[in-house]
Design a protein around this ligand. Structure first.
Ligand code: 5AD
Ligand code: SF4
Length: 443
């Protein structure tokens, strides 16, 4: 049996595409290999969001070059966003690469392998548009990702994603519901709907297929066996009242929204082409909190965007404290060729200033998150058990509906919903012990 080794870089979209690649390869008769050195087929699912993503991948690709020198029969396949961004030059710059395919071509991996005489064709639709139509190998039995759209129609000036993932296309609601129904039958209790901009879902659908993101949330929540529904990521410009109402009224829709702000400065937001300013973002936060008191908000923030002044950076810090995020992903701006900012704006914030800013931002995020997460101390949270805690296997670990990791003393197994009395908080996790109450508590 031929063996494959797959390495994934980047976001959840890629992690999900990798599950599909595994499913596809295994349906073609490949077995997984733990070591790249033992694999007949070496696959990379790449990311190119920042320069650091490219650099990390280059180190791995160097190893593939070495393996290929030692074992010329090994096949090297490079998929994902970096591959898409380099499609014109990849085979000349890296002649040991046999197969390259973009994020929209996961479903064609089998066809590419067949072309290399490495697999028979068949078993799935080769020209399907969504990797969600392929067989999948999930990492966690009770949780699943579901792709609801591909591509992105936004024009954020720093971002390479629209260039590599193309225009937005939504998957039909019935197809999403059918996939979730099959997952639920297979033991899945929690689904995370995935798209670059989930809440513009459905705007490209026509006729009978036409549906809104709020309608999709309701439909997926209605699937028998599904207890929790999450999504990644919305764009603040597209969050409508009906989505906030879905969080308030639909029991399965969890109390967490990842709401990427990117900056707290209206001048910078405009240059980023985010289409909202600080006040509109804060007004949205207020509407969300009014609708769903206690909801968890997390965000993404970039420091060192071209022209960002000290005062503008301070506005990002004050946004963090004003909103009171449960957590934030923080990024140093990275110039990407092919983006508006990359082509037309000077990357003029010096590296040492970027490092100082990210350090201060991280400290502010941690202090805010610790303070904010401590609101849960003394309450009973519903936790979906994932298994033993990695740091202390005598304890269990799982996530609350607010999407915070909890480690706790108690008994239970993966896939159980248990009540946990929270007795401590750090900036990223909660701790507690299993509560006596037998019935799960909805936050
Ligand atoms: N530089 C730094 N961070 C970026 N992101 C996207 N593009 C860039 C870039 N060029 C960040 C944004 C986005 C997250 C996934 O990555 O914050 O929300
Ligand atoms: Fe995900 Fe963007 Fe990286 Fe592609 S470039 S893997 S969409 S983060």
């Amino acid at each position: 049996m031929p063996r494959y080794h797959l390495t994934t870089f980047g976001c959840q979209m890629n992690a999900h595409d990798s599950e599909r690649m595994r499913g596809l390869l295994e349906s073609l008769g490949y077995a997984p290999s733990d070591e790249r050195d033992d694999a007949d087929l070496i696959v990379f699912n790449t990311c190119t969001i920042r320069g650091s993503a490219d650099e990390r991948f280059m180190g791995n690709l160097g190893e593939a070059r070495r393996i290929k020198r030692e074992r010329p029969d090994a096949v090297v396949a490079v998929g994902g966003c970096w591959a898409q961004s380099q499609k014109d030059t990849v085979f000349t710059d890296f002649p040991f690469v046999d197969i390259a395919f973009g994020p929209g071509e996961v479903n064609r991996l089998g066809e590419f392998l067949a072309r290399e005489r490495l697999a028979p064709v068949g078993g799935f639709t080769l020209d399907g548009r969504f990797s969600g139509e392929l067989p999948s190998r999930r990492e966690r039995p009770h949780q699943a990702w579901v792709q609801i759209s591909v591509g992105c129609n936004s024009v954020c000036s720093y971002c390479i994603v629209p260039a590599v993932r193309g225009r937005e296309r939504s998957r039909a609601l019935a197809d999403v519901v059918a996939e979730v129904t099959a997952q639920a039958a297979d033991g899945v209790m929690e689904v995370t709907l995935l798209g670059q901009n989930v809440n513009s879902y459905g705007r490209d659908l026509t006729g009978e297929d036409r549906a809104s993101f709020a309608e999709l949330l309701a439909a997926v929540s209605g699937v028998e066996g599904i207890e929790r529904v999450r999504y990644m990521s919305p764009h603040p410009k597209d969050i409508r009242a009906d989505v906030i109402e879905a969080h308030r009224d639909i029991a399965e829709v969890c109390e967490h929204i990842h709401l990427p702000a990117q900056s707290g400065s209206s001048r910078v937001l405009k240059a980023m082409r985010r289409t909202y300013d600080r006040d509109r973002y804060l007004a949205l936060v207020e509407r969300i909190r009014e609708g769903v008191p206690g909801i968890a908000l997390t965000t993404d923030i970039i420091v060192g965007f071209p022209g960002e002044t000290d005062a503008e950076f301070e506005e990002s810090l004050s946004l963090v404290t004003e909103v009171g995020y449960d957590g934030a992903y923080t990024f140093v701006y990275s110039q990407r060729p092919g983006t508006e900012a990359g082509e037309q704006m000077a990357d003029d914030v010096p590296p040492e200033m970027k490092s100082e800013r990210i350090q201060r931002l991280i400290e502010t995020v941690q202090a805010t998150a610790r303070q904010h997460l401590s609101r849960h101390v003394g309450t009973v949270a519903q936790v979906l058990v994932e298994g033993p805690s990695r740091s202390d296997p005598a304890r269990l670990a799982g996530r609350t509906r607010h999407n915070t990791m909890v480690t706790f003393a108690g008994t239970g197994c993966a896939g159980q919903l248990v009540p946990v009395l929270i007795d401590g908080a750090t900036s990223t996790t909660l701790s507690g012990r299993m509560a006596d109450v037998a019935t799960p508590v909805r936050a």
